[in-house]
Write a protein that binds this ligand. Structure first.
Ligand code: NDP
Length: 292
């Protein structure tokens, strides 16, 4: 069997097109332009690439993009002052602080200083609590993108066994909450899990968010399962730098029913969901119905 390849790039293009339509409607009907502020502290090369891509796509869907690139030595007080300004700026509907922050800055303190209504990454403690208790919240972009692809491919997820490998606050835990919200039976596996392969083989839905190149091989996969690979790992192979996931695509695709590739799977969906969240935040701020 060769699994269906879930095309995250095409799916994300569709999400962006829908966001762009809604943005145009907001402009025409209400004179409102959704705005996203991205804050980058320091010169981390991967973060610079992500921030550049976010700014470009924000403008492409017709939103206003506000980029704040601060030097690595920025103090906590300076960063908090900027966040306070953005919290009170009516042109800014979403704020994203690019992680990781330099070590001298307390990321929890900084994220929790955001206005939760503008926290389009969904990392503020209030949004985390709301997601966990089933209340309206901002949902973290990467797991939201995974869920959208799962729903599109499977329809109802109710009653399915889902295994999430990884328990980080930004991917594993919110992914598990979302799947629980869809009435899956959810197992969260991590580095202490015993016989990970056997646990994974029980999964109708297998989400890998580990950060270990190609660790999940075909013998971890239940025949016909849907496999979502969140991993982004840069490796050297045949003298070239290559991007691979946490799943060994070749062997997993022999067993799975459907699988996301890396690149071109979860990655593009993350920024598309950031734009969708910014649109949602803008509609909520203006008392307008939220796009579905
Ligand atoms: P973290 O490093 O924060 O978490 C990794 C998780 O994997 C931890 O819970 C850890 O367990 C678990 N783990 C590590 N080794 C093993 C193992 N051998 N067996 C089982 N579990 C293990 O990573 P993130 O959640 O931030 O990211 C995960 C991956 O997703 C990375 O490759 C990252 O680059 C990618 N990513 C991709 C995004 C996208 O847009 N596509 C966005 C965000 C991340 P423990 O808790 O016990 O240490």
């Amino acid at each position: 069997m060769t699994a269906k390849r879930i095309d995250g790039k095409a799916f994300a293009a569709g999400v962006r097109a829908r966001v762009a339509e809604e943005v145009a409607r907001l402009k025409e009907g209400h004179g409102i332009v959704p705005g996203l502020a991205v804050v980058l502290v320091g010169e981390d090369p991967a973060s610079q690439v992500y921030v550049g891509a976010k700014g470009k796509q924000t403008v492409e869907v017709g939103m206003a993009s506000f980029e704040h690139r601060l030097p690595a030595e920025t103090s906590e007080a300076e960063l908090l002052a900027l966040i306070d300004r953005l919290n009170h700026d009516p042109a800014v509907h979403g704020i994203l602080v690019q992680l990781p922050l330099p070590a001298h800055l307390n990321a929890d303190l900084v994220i929790n200083a955001l206005d939760p209504a503008k926290d389009v990454d969904g990392f503020h403690i209030s949004n985390v609590g709301r997601l966990g208790t089933g209340q309206k919240s901002m949902v973290p972009c990467t797991p939201l993108g995974c869920l959208m692809m799962l729903r599109d491919h499977l329809g109802s997820l109710s009653g399915l066994n889902a295994v999430v490998v990884g328990r980080s606050n930004i991917v594993g835990k919110p992914m598990a909450q979302l799947l629980l919200g869809e009435s899956c039976t959810v197992t969260v596996a991590h580095s202490r899990t015993r016989d990970l392969a056997a646990v994974c083989r029980g999964a109708d839905i297998l989400v890998a968010a580990v950060g270990r190149p190609e660790m999940i091989t075909g013998d971890f996969v239940k025949p016909g399962a849907t496999v979502i690979d969140v991993g982004i790992n840069r490796i050297e192979r045949d003298g070239k730098t290559k991007l691979v996931g946490d799943v060994d695509y070749a062997s997993a695709a022999e067993v799975a029913g459907a699988i996301t590739p890396v690149p071109g799977g979860v990655g593009p969906m993350t920024i598309a969901c950031l734009l969708a969240n910014t649109l949602t935040a803008c509609c909520r701020a203006n008392g307008l119905p939220e796009p579905q």
